[in-house]
Ligand binder design. Structure first.
Ligand code: ADP
Length: 258
């Protein structure tokens, strides 16, 4: 059975094709979420990669911020359910999932058997989300995937005291003007996100095994700062940004298998 999971996020659309809920056949990602061509472009890439067409798919589930507006799936499921399913598929022992996406951060607690037992979410404020990093990368004229390497050269991470993204933006500009080294600024920016998210995680309770999902998981500086702050190991898989789409494809498979 071939199932398709589509995750339409606030900034990025992700698609995953799975065979029998066991194997990923193809995965595609396009920057551009709800209200953009992102979902259509990601799907077009998926067909090209896999050599399959929509007719080969037995069931499609859509998740993510833009799921309600998407027509063309057989059903929709919440991001929480999909991230938990996807995370557990990649890490079978997973108990705590820290998802940092383009505009929110979520902590999902799972029981030993994998049922969601608690969740805490920040969706009101850009600080502690990918948005904060996107804004700061823009000020520093850097690509988002350059932050990690730059931060690794930091000697003394700068302190970013403003918790509001707008104030933090001015703070970073003035620190830059005052000659603070770029790696120290970037490390401080990543630590600031980690500090917001670790406060959320403490509220939810952190039980190992812990992993990260969402696009910000790809930022090693945020991962390391979070692990240090929470005093725990945090696992990472290169497919972290696809966990929601993987979960959606798995959900579709489970429905078909019933
Ligand atoms: P959403 O589902 O809300 O669209 P994602 O989980 O796809 O969000 O994550 C998007 C965020 O991931 C972006 O805002 C960006 O900050 C971050 N991101 C994307 N790619 C990378 C990368 N290569 N390195 C670091 N951060 C990244």
């Amino acid at each position: 059975m071939i199932t398709l999971g589509i995750d339409i996020g606030s900034t990025t659309s992700k698609c995953v094709l799975m065979k029998d809920g066991q194997e990923i056949i193809a995965a595609s990602l396009r920057v551009g979420g709800l209200g953009t061509e992102g979902p259509a472009e990601a799907l077009a890439e998926l067909w090209e990669m896999s050599g399959l067409t929509a007719d080969d798919v037995d069931r499609t589930i859509v998740t993510g911020y833009g799921r309600n507006k998407y027509e063309g799936a057989d059903g929709e499921v919440s991001e929480l359910t999909c991230h938990a399913l996807g995370g557990r598929w990649v890490f079978p022992e997973l108990r705590t999932l820290i998802d940092i996406g383009g505009q929110d951060a979520k902590i999902i607690s799972l029981s030993e058997s994998g049922r969601m037992s608690n969740f805490v979410m920040n969706d009101k404020c850009a600080a502690g989300t990918g948005r904060f990093l996107d804004v700061m990368a823009n000020i520093l004229r850097m690509d988002i995937d350059e932050l990690d390497e730059c931060a690794s050269k930091s000697v003394k991470p700068a302190s970013i005291s403003s918790t509001c993204t707008v104030f933090a933006e001015s703070e970073v500009i003035s620190q830059l003007a005052n000659g603070v080294a770029r790696p120290d600024l970037v490390a401080g920016i990543c630590e600031s996100v980690a500090s917001r998210v670790s406060a959320l995680a403490r509220r939810a309770g952190v039980v190992p095994k812990v992993c990260m999902s969402g696009g910000v998981a790809k930022n090693g500086a945020v991962r390391r700062a979070l692990a240090k702050s929470l005093e725990t190991d945090i696992d990472f898989d290169p497919m972290a940004q696809y966990f929601g789409a993987i979960g959606a494809a798995l959900y579709a498979y489970r429905q078909l298998s019933k």
